[in-house]
Design a protein around this ligand. Structure first.
Ligand SMILES: C[S@@+](CC[C@H](N)C(=O)[O-])C[C@H]1O[C@@H](n2cnc3c(N)ncnc32)[C@H](O)[C@@H]1O
Length: 665
């Protein structure tokens, strides 16, 4: 499209009317670089209007204006056949119900069209526990869009719980889109946020196990939109919105003062995915029903004997036949057992609270009391369903978020979550003690800390994967400008050009460098509080990765040369996928990793097979071997190793590129 000259030759109001949009919207398009052709303003060529609308769609600036634009045509009869087919295809793709937003081009997403993300292991940040039996946790520094691409290869269907706390989009410059803060003057504030979240959630969904659960923290600014967004991305899941009182003093403002935020729990429909929580005030109640619906005749399967010996429940008898009437609540047997029936003091036959079919489920909660020689049955409920309002001091973000963080590291990280809010979120979800928990908006790393605390509490082996960018906040920007005596324009130039200085600033001030990593390191290894008190480390292993890129020119059609170049760099990703972080060797032909136990991974990245037997010699005799062999497409090397029961053969790079391609289309 032609570039617009500075002098506007059209009337903005007229063009807005033709396109059926508000003038402000048009001005915003212009700011985003969209050019309004002069001819539209003069209404000389209505066909041009249709082309323009097409361009708007292609650019992804506005998604639902097509129909409005069509108003400028006299009728459908003016469309060519091809145009009509295109329109119909578009209409079919359009959502019929739910949330609508304007899709926005995001630089980090665009980058993936020509460059493929890889991981580079920063060994200088590795933490190893003396106790090698503990699992290895992962910290990935980089934009989470890129980290999620990589994880779709390494961890597809392997994540049990995703906990995220994205920027809340408060309008107070709490996050950046394409390197610019999004504030409340930005007309596209919500659309940008939704575009960003939609891309991340869609990629993250594929990582969850079949029973996996997503937990997302959010507050008033985007709670409603996020719920609808998640509803669209997870159509067969249930969403429960939990209210957390995190700020009892409340927010400032003219109308309501908010004391709460939310946790959205997203889990598959029809099943049990949420644990029971422990009751501090265990509830004791009689197991024999009373009140209006408590008679034997009202629930025949609830009338059976509970068999007691030495004041302990040993068994449950069968449901009594209608013509059997024990006559008393306690019937002593010759073998010393007592049959206890739900009969009250007046001799009325009542019923137990649970039927014979389901009483075994609560067996652990039942116990007897011998009152004046008569045995009665009671139920103690030590557990209960989690409630949808979490109101406890331990969830206060100021005390158990900010103040706690300042005890662990010297940081000005804004608004960390209460450690206990995150612990309880993860605890609420049913998962094994070996679960993998992912947080791709890790911030100060509260979720990593929570996972290590949970392991300490129950001896579990859960592991975490944290992803965070290494951006700096607005306060740090001011510090940098002051320290280097530069103005905002100069500062922004360094940022936009991703200069050497920018990299250095990130290493010095960025979130990953100043909050996420130091916190996790201190929690694992131990630290000293500002008052001198020493805190013992929780132990654990950590591998630190950074996202980097290999130029592949076009992700939809990667040339053979680029496939070779990419494969040479893909080793660390494979090491993450296989949980084998120790590099044994890397040369121009192959790379070998091990988990330092039984597992060895060999990656052969050349078409020339001259050194393949050398690599094989190094690993084929090991107990558990994975071979990743370069191939331009899909290979049939598997049969070459069919005699080796200890060897699994895989292709590279095609499976990785296929995933990247599908995520970016
Ligand atoms: C609200 S904070 C999370 C706070 C965290 N729950 C805690 O307790 O410390 C959101 C974090 O996500 C990070 N972030 C935002 N956009 C990101 C992106 N595209 N990729 C990676 N991290 C991102 C920001 O740096 C910020 O630290």
């Amino acid at each position: 499209m032609k570039k617009e000259t500075k002098e506007k030759k059209y009337k903005i109001g007229e063009v807005a009317e033709i396109l059926g949009v508000h003038e402000d919207t048009l001005r915003n398009w212009e700011r985003e670089g969209f050019v309004v052709p002069e001819r539209i303003g003069k209404r000389q060529d209505r066909r041009y209007t249709a082309e323009m609308i097409g361009e708007i769609r292609r650019k992804g600036l506005v998604s639902d204006l097509a129909k409005k634009g069509q108003k400028t045509k006299k009728g459908l009869s003016e469309f060519t056949k091809d145009e009509l087919i295109k329109e119909l295809q578009l209409l079919n793709k359009q959502k019929k119900y739910g949330l609508v937003w304007e899709n926005h081009i995001e630089e980090v997403v665009e980058r993936c069209k020509t460059e493929a993300p890889i991981l580079v292991n920063k060994k200088e940040k590795q933490i190893t526990d003396r106790n090698k039996t503990k699992p290895t946790n992962i910290l990935i520094e980089g934009d989470n869009y890129h980290a999620l691409q990589v994880l779709n290869y390494t961890h597809k269907g392997k994540i049990d719980v995703i906990y995220i706390d994205p920027p809340y989009n408060t309008g107070a410059k709490d996050w950046k889109y394409n390197n610019d803060y999004v504030d409340d003057n930005d007309t596209y504030r919500h659309s940008k946020w939704l575009s960003m979240m939609h891309k991340r959630l869609s990629a993250a969904k594929k990582l969850l196990t079949k029973d996996g659960v997503l937990i997302c923290a959010i507050d008033k600014y985007e709670q409603a939109t996020l719920s609808l967004l998640i509803d669209g991305v997870f159509p067969s899941h249930e969403i429960t919105c939990v209210t957390v009182i995190h700020n009892p003093a409340g927010t400032q403002g003219n109308n309501f003062s908010y004391t709460n935020e939310y946790l959205l729990f997203v889990f598959p429909q029809n099943g049990v995915y949420i644990n029971k929580s422990k009751r501090e005030d265990a509830l004791v109640s009689a197991f024999r029903d009373w009140g209006t619906i408590s008679l034997r005749s009202q629930a025949k399967t609830c009338f059976y004997p509970i068999i007691v010996k030495d004041d302990k429940i040993v068994e449950f008898g069968d449901v009594c036949s209608d013509d059997f009437h024990p006559g008393s609540s306690n019937i002593k047997q010759n073998d010393g057992t007592v049959l206890v029936f739900p009969i009250d003091k007046k001799g009325v036959e009542r019923k137990w609270v649970f039927s014979r079919g389901s009483v075994e489920e609560v067996k652990e909660q039942l116990h007897c009391k011998n009152i004046g020689g008569e045995i009665s049955i009671f139920r103690t409920k030590g557990e209960t369903n989690y409630k949808t309002v979490w109101d406890d001091k331990k969830y206060y973000a100021n005390i158990y978020g900010s103040k706690l963080l300042n005890q662990i590291i010297d940081s000005n990280f804004p608004f960390p979550k209460s450690l206990h809010a995150v612990i309880d979120s993860i605890r609420a979800v049913i998962h094994s003690k070996n679960a993998t928990i992912l947080d791709f908006f890790a911030g100060s790393g509260t979720s990593g800390h929570a996972v290590l605390e949970l392991n300490k509490e129950d001896g579990g082996n859960r592991k975490f994967i944290l992803c965070t960018n290494n951006e700096f906040g607005i306060e740090d920007e001011k510090k940098i400008m002051e320290k280097y005596k530069i103005n905002r324009k100069e500062f922004e130039q360094e940022v936009n050009n991703e200069t050497k200085k920018w990299h250095e600033w990130r290493d010095e001030y960025g979130i990953a460098s100043t909050a996420t990593f130091p916190r996790i390191k201190n929690i694992i290894k131990g630290y000293t509080k500002p008052n001198g008190e020493k805190v013992k480390g929780l132990g654990g292993n950590l591998e630190y990765f950074k996202t980097e890129f290999v130029d592949v020119e076009n992700i939809d059609k990667v040339s053979d040369k680029k496939k070779l170049e990419f494969t040479y760099e893909a080793g660390q990703m494979i090491a993450l996928k296989e949980d084998t972080f120790k590099e044994v060797t890397k040369n121009k032909f192959y790379q070998i990793f091990t988990d330092e136990k039984d597992k060895f991974v060999g990656i052969y990245f050349r078409e020339n097979l001259d050194k393949l037997s050398e690599m094989e010699k190094n690993i084929l005799d090991k107990k558990d071997v994975k071979l990743y062999l370069f191939s331009y497409g899909v290979n049939d090397f598997k049969k070459d190793y069919s005699d080796y029961k200890n060897v699994v053969v895989k292709d590279i790079p095609e499976p990785i590129l296929k995933i990247y391609k599908s995520l970016n289309n």
